[in-house]
Design a protein around this ligand. Structure first.
Ligand code: NAP
Length: 244
């Protein structure tokens, strides 16, 4: 069987890095992204170290020009992913009364508008192949709300609704569209949060700990596999029982 091309956005660190690593075998052609040249070089270096022929590109989802040149670069290199993992993300938290319009727009751009553009661009190839997998990384916060995250939560809830709609539009072409909604996962995204707050949260989680990036990667890899052929339009929660 031919190697499937897998694009994982935001794969220079955190959850995305683990997802990209899980697809770094000769079964796949992994494609990573970072917002900086150095991030791209690091991804390429890790492919080299593991003897994997993968690719990496710069992509800033808050910048239309960067998205356009990303599409051009992939086209030039004849890389049309059959599996798209929309993972890249940021948080710009503040209580609604203090949230600037700039922070609102940036988070919506990166998570929601950016993902729309990527899905739309890569759908054509999937439709032609009559096979595709789209996995969008949402968050438990979309289901339960989170103080100080009105921008982030609105974007993630939007992604879930958009994914269900797309799942209905392309199901007949053998393309599945699902979301993975992590709870608290050990990445840079947690590093600015207050330690006491994190301890209180960890105590409330039935499994009594935060998740690991590899645990999210395993779920994403399953949803991309043939074993998950009959799963579409779903949001799969993975949070140690924090939300059930
Ligand atoms: P992270 O460690 O902060 O990594 C974020 C990744 O996104 C990096 O590769 C970063 O690239 C990239 N990125 C940042 N801004 C970008 C932009 N404007 N355009 C394109 N890429 C950008 O984050 P994470 O915790 O792994 O989060 C990954 C995903 O999981 C996000 O969608 C997040 O919302 C979701 N999530 C995380 C948690 C959690 O507890 N960690 C919980 C629920 C959901 P650079 O390295 O170049 O900056």
């Amino acid at each position: 069987m031919s190697q499937k091309k897998v694009l994982v956005t935001g794969s220079s660190r955190g959850i995305g890095q683990s997802i990209l690593k899980s697809f770094s075998s000769n079964e796949f052609i992994p494609i990573g992204t970072a917002t900086s040249k150095i991030g791209v070089e690091n991804i390429l270096k890790s492919f080299e170290e593991n003897n994997i022929s993968g690719n990496a590109y710069e992509l800033n989802l808050n910048d239309g020009k960067s998205i356009d040149s990303f599409f051009e670069n992939l086209k030039k290199d004849d890389l049309n992913p059959e599996i798209l993992v929309n993972n890249a993300g940021i948080a710009k938290d503040n209580l609604m009364l203090r949230m600037s319009e700039e922070d609102w727009t940036e988070v919506i751009n990166v998570h929601l508008t950016g993902q729309f553009k990527l899905m739309k661009n890569f759908l054509r190839g999937m439709l032609k192949n009559k096979w595709g997998r789209i996995i969008n990384i949402s968050s438990a916060a979309a289901a339960i709300g989170n103080k100080g995250q009105s921008n982030y939560v609105a974007a993630k809830a939007g992604i879930e609704a958009m994914s269900k709609t797309l799942a209905r539009e392309v199901g007949s072409k053998n393309i599945t569209v699902n979301c993975v909604a992590p709870g608290f996962i050990e990445t840079d995204m947690l590093k600015d949060l207050d330690e006491d707050y994190l301890k209180t949260i960890a105590d409330e989680i039935p499994l009594q700990r935060f998740g690991k990036t590899d645990e999210i990667a395993s779920l994403v890899k399953f949803l991309a596999s043939e074993e998950a052929n009959y799963i579409t339009g779903q949001t799969v929660h993975i949070n140690g029982g924090l939300f059930m």
